[in-house]
Design a protein around this ligand. Structure first.
Ligand code: THU
Length: 135
């Protein structure tokens, strides 16, 4: 857990946040034991900005890792930083069951996916009752 947090802290240093000035770092652990880190990347067209959590998750998935277990996220906040709704949904998509929220002073909050995103939309919801998914 300490290693994952250290990777998130390191990734935060690479944050590209010239508009909000709010730097965020994240690191995700795969079931196979690998770690992928990410930072937030903003754009002058603000809506195109990407959060640190999704950067880390998309890096893992684009390197062939779809089974993810834990994510750590860090920012320079008073309380451990809380992921946005979009990132929570993406965490759910790839089965991240443990979410570690931290800040630069080392305060931690460890939550489960169920705690952070109850009643979420999921893959199984796409298939209607009685229908078969052929994939
Ligand atoms: N941000 C993250 O990267 N992760 C979070 O959990 C919250 C918000 C980013 C998006 C944007 O670049 C900046 O923080 C301010 O919202």
């Amino acid at each position: 857990m300490d290693e994952l947090i250290a990777c998130a802290v390191k990734a935060r240093e690479y944050a590209y946040a010239p508009y909000s000035k709010f730097k965020v770092g994240a690191a995700v652990q795969t079931k196979s034991g690998r770690i992928f880190s990410g930072c937030n990347i903003e754009d002058s067209s603000y809506g195109l900005s990407n959060c640190a959590e999704r950067t880390a998750i998309f890096k893992a998935v684009s390197e062939g890792e779809q089974q993810l277990t834990t994510i750590a996220v860090v920012a320079d906040t008073t309380e451990p930083v809380s992921p946005c709704g979009a990132c929570r949904q993406v965490m759910a998509e790839f089965g991240i069951e443990q979410i570690i929220l931290t800040n630069l002073s080392g305060k931690r909050k460890i939550l489960t996916l169920e705690e952070i995103l109850p009643f979420r939309f999921a893959n199984g919801d796409i298939v209607k009752d009685g229908e078969k998914n052929n994939d």
